[in-house]
Design a binder for this molecule. Structure first.
Ligand code: ATP
Ligand code: MG
Length: 383
């Protein structure tokens, strides 16, 4: 008899012949997530097992596994040989409330008893040993689950903890996240990582107009996001100070954000292309602010030839905030700070910019020179 954690795979079953690949990546991701804790990680048919750990570490192992994308749920379980006497005795130890049921999954079709027969025998044993116990198939307080696997072992458990679901990190291409210091963009990065996309991030700052603290805030956000990106996250920083000064001097005030966004997008495209990243990710949510109307989004989007994915586009702020709290970025995001977008903030930003007008404003600038000099400020931050 051995205590272990049994992890169930999520929607990987959709993947047909690629399934083996997804399972291998998921297995590696689980191993990485618990690499600094002494334990063994094993694969069996449709399951991953974590074994041989110090019981004092169990809660931490559960916490880590809950955050690995691609797992559906997990259970602290007991592994025994597939033998009815041993199964019955072990099931009895899992009884945590008198009103119970037994559920059986017989993956090992060679085992001579049917699921029904196993359930009846285990239930009968529990009733015979525990006088106050009663069977309740529909509303049990304790569901003793018996999983008879192909490896000659049976796994018993009565508790199931939900995991993040999603797709294994690193199986859905690579994206460049535009990471500000706000609430939304870290959530956008988390959501894309959850769909399996490898995430790298870029932050635009206007140092010295924006402070060192603003920069540290973004680094802290990136560090929290790292919990969901396999423990690694590359953060690029680019200065847009000269671009903003130039727009401020030469263009209509109300176009500041629109034009700045176009520059950010052009710089992001180049960064993505040079680093093999296939998509740009933003935290935009339709109609949240002036720069997120469909007209504004079109004017920003028209500079790119790379897909721009906006996972929050139809999500309400309240729900975004809830996710930010769940993933641990909210408390950092609400710290006061100056974003580059607040520098020279127009009193009345254009809400429905027209592309012709944006281009006319932009033609007053040395666009190529500004882009070149901004790109030269590129730094890579080690987190
Ligand atoms: P967030 O909470 O993510 O800052 P927001 O609601 O404040 O979003 P905006 O400031 O309009 O919205 O920004 C929209 C998106 O543009 C952000 O989600 C982010 O992806 C990107 N963005 C804005 N400012 C920056 C910046 N300084 N550096 C990198 N990306 C940025
Ligand atoms: Mg913002």
């Amino acid at each position: 008899m051995q205590k272990l954690l049994m992890l169930r795979l999520g929607e990987l079953f959709l993947k047909g012949s690629n399934r083996g690949y997804f399972e291998r990546v998921l297995f590696e991701n689980v191993k990485n997530a618990v690499a600094d804790i002494a334990c063994d990680v094993e694969r069996i048919q449709s399951r991953i097992l974590i074994k041989n750990y110090d019981p004092a570490e169990e809660n931490e192992l559960i916490f880590r596994a809950q955050r690995v994308f691609g797992l559906h749920s997990l259970s602290p379980a007991v592994q025994v040989e597939t033998d009815m006497q041993v199964i019955c005795e072990t099931a009895l130890t899992l009884l945590s409330a008198p009103r119970f049921r037994v559920s059986v999954n017989r993956a090992d079709k060679r085992f001579p008893l049917s699921s029904m027969q196993i359930a009846r025998e285990v239930g009968g044993y529990i009733l015979s040993k525990s006088p106050e116990a009663t069977v309740d198939l529909h509303n049990p307080d304790c569901n003793v689950q018996v999983d008879v696997r192909e490896d000659g072992c049976t796994y018993l458990y009565s508790q199931t903890v939900p995991c993040e679901r999603g797709m294994p990190y690193g199986t859905s291409g690579k994206g460049l996240l535009l990471l500000s210091g706000g609430i939304d963009s870290p959530v956008a990065g988390y959501m894309m990582a959850k769909r399996g996309m490898t995430v790298e991030a870029v932050h635009f700052h206007s140092y010295p107009y924006t402070s060192q603290m603003a920069r540290e805030k973004v680094e802290e956000l990136a560090s929290v996001l790292k919990n969901y990106t396999g423990g690694r996250l590359k953060l690029y920083c680019i200065s847009v100070t000269e671009i903003q000064q130039s727009i401020h001097e030469s263009c209509q005030e109300s176009f500041m954000i629109t034009l700045l966004r176009r520059f950010m997008m052009k710089l992001s495209c180049r960064l993505a292309r040079e680093n093999g990243l296939q998509a740009i990710l933003t935290g935009e949510s339709l109609a949240q602010v002036a720069s997120q109307t469909v007209e504004s989004i079109n004017v920003t989007n028209s500079v790119t030839d790379i897909p721009v994915l906006r996972p929050l586009i139809a999500i309400d702020k309240i729900d975004i905030t809830e996710t930010a709290k769940k993933i641990g970025t909210y408390e950092i995001s609400i710290r006061p700070y100056e974003d580059c977008c607040t520098l020279f903030l127009p009193k009345n930003p254009v809400i429905r910019p027209r592309i012709e007008e944006a281009l006319r404003q932009e033609s007053r600038l040395d666009v190529e020179g500004l882009l070149e000099r901004a790109y030269a400020t590129l730094e890579i931050v080690e987190l």
